[in-house]
Design a protein around this ligand. Sequence first.
Ligand code: CP
Length: 315
Amino acid sequence: MMQITKPVSFENVVSMEDLSAEDVLSFIHEAQDFKAGKQIALKRPVYAANLFFESSTRTHTSFEMAERKLGLQVVNFDPSNSSLSKGESMSDTVKTFQAIGVDLVAIRDKQNEYYKDLIADPNVHVGIANGGDGSGQHPSQSLLDMMTIYEEFGHFEGLKVAIVGDLTHSRVARSNMKVLTMLGAHVYFGGPKKWYTEEFAKYGEWMPIDDLVEEMDVMMFLRVQHERIADDENGSFSAEKYHAQYGLTAERESRMPQRSIIMHPAPVNRGVEIADELVECDKSRIFEQMHNGVFVRMAIMTSMLRNRDLIKEEY
Ligand code: CP
């Protein structure tokens, strides 16, 4: 059944900081409607392109699946065979896609807040969905995480959510600690204390993993991002030691409350953040998060289609 919420309409969807609690709930409800079979009809052919200047499996393919399910035509882009190798900028690449008739783009780039210059440019009119910027924001991941939690518990108020792992390099941690707090959940942190800086302390206390597993409703693990960690730190990193000190072992999982769930944005370093056999255990929602990602990205693209008055009918 369709949910009655304020339809979301955004020119661009680039940061969770632009969204109110009501907006987040509206995105979740619209994504749930798409999961339940909602469809849209477009007023004219609409074109989308996914400009991923940094590697991705889930976000890239999930945006493409969402676009195809909405009836959008998807224009291919392969950065390794593009004119980026001749020195063309991201801005000129975006303007090129706009000039050939693309209406909406999803972009991922290693530069934090790359989208600010694009949005400020009066010659850029294409709708921008942020698929992740450096260690900044990852709004579609954050919304799919919120959808997965909401599906499980039906509310956020008073839930205890732990974010455990490589906080410093994680755009997921930054997006989620803010939105969870805004929605009324209590945020806690775990993992190596060197990654728990003042920025995170403002949102919640750090606790040892052995205490977190016994108290939390949601245990959200983060990947150790070796590609963003200095070589000398990577050289001294031991997967076994990290897993023993900060990871979800079978013994720790056995002490989690019955209704609690395990989340991870993936890709997972199996046997590091989470024991290999727990990635698909009963409490794990990791693959459901990916499944929900398609419907959340349908809702994100729909909000930009609605903003441009490109939707003929919703049913
Ligand atoms: N969770 C996530 O962003 O995965 P990808 O890097 O594969 O897109």
